[in-house]
Structures are given as C-alpha cells and as structure tokens.
Design a protein around this ligand. Sequence first.
Ligand code: SF4
Length: 167
Amino acid sequence: MAYKKPLYEEVKNTLDNVGKGMCLAKWTQVTTHLHTGHNHSCHHPNTHKVSEAEIARNPSALHNTLFKKQKRKEMLQGARPTECDYCWNVEDNSDLYSDRIFKSSEDWSWPLADQIINSNWRDVMLRLHLVMLVILNVHIVHLHFLHNGWKKFNNMGDMIQLINLTT
Ligand code: SF4
C-alpha cells in the first residue's frame, strides 16, 4: 500500500468529486513548441497544432486551443480524456498517485482549484502560468514565468517581446 500524503489525498478527493479524469494541469500548464506551432497540456499527451486563425481571434489560444478546451470539457463532465493515458495507466495498475495528483497539487495549480472546477469549459485562465519549451535549431530555451493578471497579447510581436523579456 502506497504512502498516503494528506495534501495528495485532499487533492485527489477534490478532483475525483468532479470526475476521475479531472486534472488542473490541463488549465495551468502548457508546453509550447514554437518551431512546430504545437502545444500540449501537460507534457504527457501528444502535441497538437495551434490554429493561427484561433490565435488571430483570441491570442489566449496559444494555450487555450479549442482542442484543449474540449479535453477540459471532458474532465469537467467526469470523463477521462484518452490523451491522458499516461496517468490512467498509473491509476489503473497501481495504488500510486499519478501526475494528475502531483501536478494538481503544485502551488501553481492547487490555489486555482475552485476557480477551475467552477469554470465553464469555454473559459480561459485569468491567471496565466506558462511553461514554454522553445526549440530553435539545436538550442533549447526553457522559459518559466508566472504573472498575475491576464496578459492580453495584441499580436504575435507583443508575445515575442514578452518572451524576450523573460529570457
Ligand atoms: S491527467 Fe495526467 S497526462 Fe493529463 S494533463 Fe493531467 S497530469 Fe497531464
């Protein structure tokens, strides 16, 4: 029997009350591959293409793609998105915590639990936490930034300027 840590138990119970597939990382973490225009949340599922049309309509689509919103919808409605099978394999074959619990317990996720659980799947995060993986040629730049309040990108130039400021 695996050791049960109180915080992880609280997080697991809270998430499981929504559904056995609920995971805050689908909202709070993104890895963006700027060289391919793909992203994923978290880093376990396959990447998917970010639509330029979606970004033109709303720059938050850099993270909040329609595809990802559909996965969030599944989670909020009690389903387990197939793309998150990394975690389902852990949960279905052991009594260990999966990354669903670990990532949802992080201080960049757990304080947002109520807001996320009570959100509409169409909503985007008001507080943005981005983990961006940028691969340019052979250089890997790992950006990790957190800022309070929604940053509205007016265009890709603003976005790139912000990236430059955070490197
Ligand atoms: S359920 Fe697992 S694979 Fe899916 S977003 Fe959460 S941590 Fe990642």
